[in-house]
Structures are given as structure tokens and as C-alpha cells.
Ligand binder design. Structure first.
Ligand code: SF4
Length: 379
């Protein structure tokens, strides 16, 4: 079954570390809704199978007025065959999840919230320039559960300078107590074009400490393991079976449509990249044109993407799949490339599966990049 990702490019405030595409002005919310609906219609021929997951990401989809979200759902149900058990997720921020908003969202086919909690400490949220406070971080989760939204995921961030180990343990404990079946936790990375990067460059902010980040990552793995969570992807943990369908399909190479400014799509062969600019996106859609470029992926591109995403999951890299889908030469090269990491005990081989060891999880991106295969002329 295919997926649909819809990017809602609006946020209330700009978080200091964020390099996603968004605008803090909601002036064009109505035009954007119309354009997104139009793009859904223009692209409907690209999906012939049933839709098994729909994901509203951003930006902050919960800042969009509910009637606009309802219009997008109306277009979806008119033009796509959506499975009755499809996972339908909306990213939300705690300050948006008022009782009124939750009851409005309850009227839509949404069945999963991904809540941008990040921390349960006011000073940390202030440091990040988040729009919510610690009280809202907690009450938004409880309020959603009381309204019958059981399938919740919360985001947490670690590895930032003012997060002491004690505070991090408190955040993990709090997340476990709140009984959300899914937690996504990200090590703070400094993206070049962000306020955070500029503050570090100007000496107003101390740089990120990689050792602290690695220790907090290990604490997280241990505590969530004890609480019964499966570490099913480097940044994702769930109670058994509560994996995020949309993300899991993405890591498995299932096709999905990308709708809205900056959204990416994948049809099993090519990648589609929408323009990351709201006025130019609107301008194209107003002319009934798509605002995308197509990136043709070579077999090697697809294999390297498979290596990068599969290695990060608890299902690992399947050597049989590499042999069957990409050929004997790439298979043999991969078998050769994994040797140093097997010796270092960063990965382990279980029959034809290559999995990260606990130590290897600290170096997932480095290992993946070393396993990438090169074109003959790149060697
Ligand atoms: S709410 Fe999310 S998308 Fe918006 S600025 Fe903050 S991190 Fe970025």
C-alpha cells in the first residue's frame, strides 16, 4: 500500500535549531490549502494502489484551521482509495492541542498524533524558542488521551548544552509515565543555516558536546528497553507492534506521494522534490502546474539509500535482498565492505541480516557511508 505525505509549511515561531521549510505568517493559509488540494488532484494518477498511510508533517499542521484540514481530507477521500485501517497521522504542537482543537480533530479521519513535546522543562523549551511551555507539554498528551487518541507519538530532543543528565532522565521518565506507545528522540544536530549555528559561530552559544549526546543516547536506549520499548530505528522506539506505519514504509522503499512545498515523493524508481518556497509553489499550482523537479535514481542510488535506511532499523540490511534486487557484484562488494565493522563489533551478522550492535548504533551514519557502493568511475 502506498503513502501520502502532506507538508503544511506554517509554524507559530521559528525554533532555533530548525531547518525545515516553514513560514511564520499564516497569511496564505487558504491559498495553500487550495494549492495542496489541487496538487492532490493533479497527482492522483501516480497512485494506483490503496493508500495505507497519510502523514501531515511540516511545519506545524496543527496551526492550520480545522476547516482547511477538512478540505484536504475531503479531496483525499474524493480522489484516492484509502484503506479502512490506514494510519493517518498529524504532527501537532502542544500549545495547539487545546480541548477545542482536539475535539475538532476528532471529527476528522485522523487516528494518530505526533506531538512535538521535545522537553518537559520550561528553560529548555525557552532555549529552543518553542511556542509551548512545560505544562502544555504534559497536558497536551493527557488531554489527547482523555479524548480517545491512544495512538500517540511524542518527540524528544537530547544532546543540547543545557540538558543535564538528570534533566534528561526526568524527560525519559516522564515520557514513560505518560504511556505514549511511540517515542521519537533526536540528538540535536546543528544545521548550517539556523539561528543556533549562527549563535555558535558568534560565540554566543557553546557547541554541542558529542560525548554528552552519545551518553544521553545510551541512557535513553537502556531506560526505554527496561520500559518495554523496542528500539526499531535509530531515532524511534515503540511498544511492541506500535511502529509508525508511514515511516516504516518509507524505510522499506514503499512508494509515497509528496504534497505541499518542500515535500518529497518516491514512486519506487524516481524521487520528486517540490519547491521549498511558498509563493513560488502557489504560483505554479495557480497555473495548474506541479512545482517539482524529478531526480532519476540510478540502481546504485537506490541501493545506497537502502543501505542507509535499512542499517538504521532493527530489521537491518538483508544481503539476500541486495543479491536478488541489485546483483551478485554489489552483493559481493557489500560482503567485503562489512568485514572491518564485523571485526570492530559495530555490526553483527545473523544469517543474511546485517544489524548494528549497541556500540555500532553510535556510529550508524558513519558505517552506512562507509558501506556505500561507488560507481566504477568514482573509485
Ligand atoms: S515547530 Fe517544528 S517545523 Fe516549526 S520551527 Fe519548530 S522544529 Fe521547525
Amino acid at each position: 500500500m502506498a503513502g501520502i505525505y502532506i507538508h503544511i509549511p506554517f509554524c507559530k515561531k521559528a525554533c532555533t535549531y530548525c531547518d525545515f521549510h516553514f513560514s511564520t505568517s499564516l497569511k496564505y493559509a487558504e491559498e495553500m490549502t487550495d494549492a495542496i488540494c489541487k496538487e492532490l488532484i493533479l497527482k492522483k494518477g501516480r497512485i494506483t494502489e490503496q493508500v495505507g498511510s497519510i502523514y501531515f508533517g511540516g511545519g506545524t499542521p496543527s496551526v492550520l484551521d480545522t476547516p482547511y484540514l477538512a478540505r484536504i481530507f475531503h479531496t483525499l477521500t474524493q480522489h484516492y482509495s484509502i484503506a479502512s485501517d490506514a494510519e493517518i497521522t498529524i504532527e501537532t504542537n502542544p500549545d495547539d492541542l487545546t480541548a477545542k482543537k482536539i475535539s475538532e480533530l476528532k471529527q476528522l479521519p485522523v487516528n494518530r498524533f505526533s506531538i512535538g513535546t521535545q522537553s518537559f522543562f520550561d528553560e529548555d523549551l525557552l532555549w529552543m524558542n518553542r511556542a509551548h511551555n512545560a505544562n502544555e507539554a504534559e497536558t497536551s498528551i493527557k488531554r489527547s488521551q482523555d479524548a480517545g487518541f491512544e495512538n500517540l507519538s511524542i518527540d524528544l530532543i537530547y544532546g543540547y548544552p543545557i540538558l543535564t543528565d538528570l534533566k534528561w532522565e526526568h524527560n525519559i521518565r516522564k515520557a514513560i509515565e505518560l504511556q505514549t506507545p511511540h517515542i521519537s528522540a533526536y540528538s540535536l544536530t546543528v544545521e548550517p543555516k539556523t539561528v543556533l549555528a549562527s549563535n555558535i559561530r558568534k560565540g554566543r552559544q557553546v557547541p554541542i558536546n558529542d560525548d554528552q549526546s552519545a551518553e544521553q543516547f545510551q541512557t535513553l536506549i537502556q531506560k526505554l528497553d527496561l520500559a518495554g520499548f523496542e528500539h526499531y530505528e535509530i531515532s524511534n522506539y515503540s511498544l511492541p507492534g506500535k511502529y509508525a506505519v508511514h515511516n516504516t514504509n518509507y524505510w522499506r522503499g514503499v512508494p509515497y506521494l509528496g504534497i505541499g512545498p518542500s515535500a518529497h515523493g518516491f514512486d519506487g524508481t524516481n524521487r520528486y522534490l517540490n519547491i521549498a518556497n511558498n509563493p513560488r509553489y502557489l504560483e505554479q499550482l495557480n497555473k495548474d502546474r506541479l512545482a517539482e523537479t524529478v531526480e532519476e535514481l540510478t540502481q546504485l542510488d537506490r541501493l545506497n539509500e537502502y543501505i542507509m535506511t535499512a542499517l538504521r532499523t532493527m530489521w537491518g540490511i538483508d544481503l539476500e535482498k541486495i543479491k536478488a534486487s541489485y546483483g551478485k557484484t554489489f552483493y559481493e562488494e557489500t560482503v567485503y565492505n562489512i568485514k572491518p565493522f564485523l571485526e570492530r563489533n559495530w555490526i553483527t551478522q545473523q544469517e543474511q541480516k546485517i544489524l548494528l550492535t549497541p556500540e555500532g548504533k553510535l556510529f550508524a551514519d558513519h558505517i552506512a557511508s562507509e558501506l556505500f557502493l561507488l560507481d566504477e568511475h568514482e573509485k
